[in-house]
Write a protein that binds this ligand. Structure first.
Ligand SMILES: *Cc1c(COP(=O)(O)O)cnc(C)c1O
Length: 380
C-alpha cells in the first residue's frame, strides 16, 4: 500500500466481534485472565491495551517501523527513550531543539540522573563528529529544527553515530511521517509529539517512539510498562481518528503556507523568513532529499521584539497559542512560550522570532488578517 492508503486503512490492526469499521475504545484497566494467566493476550492496560496497540502499530507502519510505543505526551516518550541511559553516560543534542526537551536534558537528566548533554549545530558535521565522547550513548536531534528550521543531513548523522556505537533518535514532530520518514535514512528511533500533526486537532496529547531495532524495542517496552507512562485508550482513539486525515491536512497546510510566504516576502516589517524549502534556505537541497515538502510552519524575524509582540497581539484568526500542527492557524513567540526554559542567552537570540503554524482555513482570510495587522502596526 502507498502512504495515502495506509493512512486511512487499519486492516489487520484489530479484530472485532461485530466487525466494527472504526476501532473500538477498550476503556478497561483489566482483562479476564481465563484459566491460564500466562496465555492471556491482554491482562492490564498499563502493560498492553488493544486500542493503544492499534495506534502504536499504525504510527509504526506510517514511519516504516516494526515497533511503536505510545505515551501520554511527547515529553513522556522522550523521557522513556532517555531511560535506556545510565548515570555517567552522555547525549549529543542539536543546539536548536524544542524547549521542553532541553529542560528535560538539563534539569532532570543532568541534575538528577547524572547524564550529561553536549549541544552542537548539526549543520556543522565536523563539530558534531568531535562532540562524541567514549561514553556517548544517544544522539537526539530535529530536522527541520524548532524554531530556526535548520536542516541536518539525516543519513550522515546516522552513519557517524553508528560508527561511534551510539543510538540516534530524530524528533519528527515538525514534518509528520507524511513528509519525512527518517528510518529510511538510518535513524534508530523516530520520536513524535502526537499532540501536533498526528492528532491534528489540538484535542489530544500523546507521544510516540518508533524503531526497527529489536533490542531497543525490548528496552522501550520494558520502560513503558515499568514506569507506567503509556497513553490511555481514549487518547489513543482520538489520535487514531485525527490521523486518518493526516494527508489532506498536511497538503492543505503546506499549500496555505506557500501562499502566506509569498505575501510575507512583500512585507517590510518582516526581516527574515525561515522555511525549509525556500530557495534562500542554505540547506533546502538537503531537506528535499530527505523530505517531500516544507510543511506548515513558518518562522519569521522582525528585528524588534516589541513589533513581534504587537503583531502577535493584533492577529485575530491566528490564535496566540503554544503547540502547532492543528487545523486552526496559531501564532507563537517561542522565546516567551515553547522555549521559555532555554538559557537567557538562547532566548535573547530568538526574542523577535514569530512562529506561525498554518491551518486549513481559506488562505485569503489568513492573509487579510496579516495585512490588517501590519497596517495597524504601521500606525502605532
Ligand atoms: C511539542 C513538542 C514536544 C513535546 O510534546 P508534548 O506532547 O507537548 O509533550 C517534543 N518535541 C517537539 C519538536 C515538539 O514540538
Amino acid at each position: 500500500m502507498r502512504k495515502a492508503t495506509t493512512i486511512v486503512n487499519l486492516d489487520g490492526l484489530f479484530e472485532d466481534q461485530f466487525l466494527a469499521s472504526s476501532p473500538p475504545i477498550y476503556q478497561t484497566a483489566t482483562f479476564d485472565l481465563g484459566d491460564d494467566p500466562s496465555s492471556a493476550r491482554y491482562d492490564y492496560t498499563r502493560s498492553c491495551n488493544p486500542t493503544r496497540d492499534i495506534l502504536q502499530h499504525q504510527v509504526a507502519r506510517l514511519e516504516k517501523g516494526k515497533y511503536g510505543f505510545a505515551f501520554t505526551t511527547g515529553m513522556a516518550a522522550i523521557n522513556a527513550l532517555t531511560g535506556i541511559l545510565k548515570p555517567g553516560e552522555h547525549i549529543i543534542a542539536s543546539d536548536d531543539l524544542y524547549g521542553g526537551t532541553e529542560r528535560l536534558l538539563n534539569q532532570r537528566l543532568l541534575e538528577y540522573r547524572g547524564i550529561t548533554t553536549t549541544y552542537v549545530d548539526f549543520t556543522k558535521i565536523d563539530k558534531f563528529k568531535s562532540a562524541f565522547l567514549p561514553n556517548t550513548r544517544l544522539v537526539i536531534f530535529e530536522t527541520p529544527s524548532n524554531p530556526l528550521q535548520k536542516i541536518a543531513n539525516i543519513g550522515i548523522v546516522s552513519e557517524i553515530t553508528h560508527a561511534k556505537n551510539a543510538y540516534v533518535a530524530l524528533d519528527n514532530s515538525f514534518m509528520s511521517p507524511f513528509l519525512q520518514q527518517p528510518l529510511d535514512f538510518g535513524v534508530d528511533v523516530v520520536i513524535h509529539s502526537a499532540t501536533k500533526y498526528l492528532s491534528g486537532h489540538a484535542d489530544a496529547s500523546g507521544g510516540v517512539l518508533v524503531t526497527n531495532n529489536q533490542e531497543l524495542s525490548e528496552k522501550i517496552a520494558f520502560i513503558q510498562n515499568a514506569e507506567g507512562s503509556a497513553i490511555s485508550p481514549f487518547e489513543s482513539w482520538l489520535i487514531l481518528r485525527g490521523l486518518k486525515t493526516l494527508k489532506i491536512r498536511v497538503i492543505e497546510q503546506e499549500k496555505n503556507a506557500q501562499s502566506i510566504i509569498e505575501f510575507l516576502k512583500t512585507e517590510k516589517l518582516i526581516k527574515n523568513i525561515y522555511y525549509p524549502t525556500l530557495a534562500t534556505h542554505p540547506n533546502a537541497k538537503t531537506h528535499l532529499k530527505q523530505a517531500s515538502g516544507g510543511g506548515g510552519i513558518i518562522c519569521v524575524r522582525t528585528g524588534d521584539h516589541i513589533i513581534t509582540q504587537q503583531i502577535v497581539k493584533n492577529l485575530e484568526l491566528f490564535k496566540y497559542s503554544v503547540s502547532f500542527g492543528s487545523i486552526n492557524s496559531t501564532v507563537n513567540i517561542p522565546a516567551k512560550t515553547s522555549h521559555l526554559s532555554r538559557s537567557t542567552e538562547g532566548r535573547e537570540s530568538i526574542q523577535d522570532l514569530i512562529r506561525f503554524s498554518i491551518g486549513i482555513e481559506d488562505v485569503q482570510d489568513l492573509i487579510d488578517d496579516l495585512k490588517s495587522t501590519f497596517a495597524q502596526i504601521r500606525q502605532i
